[in-house]
Design a protein around this ligand. Structure first.
Ligand code: HH2
Length: 269
């Protein structure tokens, strides 16, 4: 999943793709590099980001969605606002990615009346305050219980299981230690019954580990994406699509060769 932030203030690429033409050109570049889904967002969720109104978010996202509908890959819209979800779905969005896990009143009803896919993400607290004092007794169990509960709520509202993806929300109300534990034990989240999406790309946890700024975290992001897939993630949300695809191609080649050598072993008796 390639990230296109149509915002002035996103932590990793704020302002770079804030106008329609730049955002659309960037999305086409990511598709050419191998993105299988494009995630378009009109509001930053970084800790000190200012909230924006539904009207502003729609102004940023809708023209880009319009231009990308014929791009040949599913388009996801990263939003927590039911008004934005409704308009995006009416204009052909294939997926809604909600860092609030569809907890806004009416969000699940809006989704249920469409046939779009959804990504349910875990966050402790809300963006402006989430990094002040994140606390868990058992981060993996608590994140897993939250995601299962929200996915079950979506299913009760009428969203079929095959439309649901879950995401532990790396960096959203989590310390470095919490993030590392979740990455190490991602299999547990992957075993809950829904495909897992992991968003580690350029995140500050990687800055804490490497000492590098957001724009210089490509190698760390690729390593994190590879670990996430090895631990059960099915979709990785990435800013640096080509580098991520290349790393995953190596992993896939190794796994395919393991399968074929097993096959040879069998045929050799
Ligand atoms: N991370 C960000 C935004 N949306 N959605 C999901 N499902 N998972 C994530 O980990 C995730 C997300 C933050 O990254 P970015 O979009 O680059 O920054 P910003 O929120 O500042 O626009």
């Amino acid at each position: 999943m390639g990230v296109v932030n149509v915002t002035p203030d996103s932590f990793s690429d704020g302002g770079l793709f804030a106008d329609r033409a730049a955002a659309v050109a960037h999305a086409h570049r990511l598709i050419a590099e191998g993105a299988a889904i494009i995630d378009v967002g009109g509001e930053s969720t970084r800790p000190d980001a200012q909230p924006v109104s539904p009207a502003v978010e729609l102004e940023r996202v809708m023209p880009v969605l319009e231009d990308l509908r014929s791009a040949g890959v599913p388009i996801s819209v990263d939003t927590s606002k039911p008004e934005v979800m409704r308009t995006a779905l009416a204009h052909g969005a294939d997926m809604i990615n909600d860092v609030y896990a569809f907890r806004a009143p009416a969000a699940l009803d809006v989704i249920a009346s469409s046939d779009a896919a959804i990504c349910i993400m875990h966050m402790q607290g809300e963006p402006r305050t989430m990094q002040r004092a994140p606390h868990y007794e058992n981060v993996v169990a608590e994140v897993g219980a939250f995601l299962s509960e929200r996915a079950a709520a979506a299913e009760r509202a009428g969203v079929t299981q095959d439309r649901i993806v879950i995401d532990p929300g790396f960096g959203f109300g989590k310390t470095l230690e919490h993030n590392l534990t979740l990455l190490r034990e991602l299999q547990h989240i992957a075993g809950l019954g829904w495909p897992v999406l992991a968003g580690l790309s350029r995140k500050s946890m990687l800055g804490r580990i490497t000492g590098r700024d957001a724009g210089e975290r490509v190698h760390a992001s690729v390593a994190a994406a590879l670990l996430a897939v090895l631990h059960g993630a099915r979709i990785v949300r990435a800013h640096d699509v080509q580098a991520t695809r290349d790393a995953l191609a190596v992993l896939q080649a190794v796994e395919a060769s393991a399968e074929s050598s097993l096959g040879n072993g069998r045929s050799n008796g």
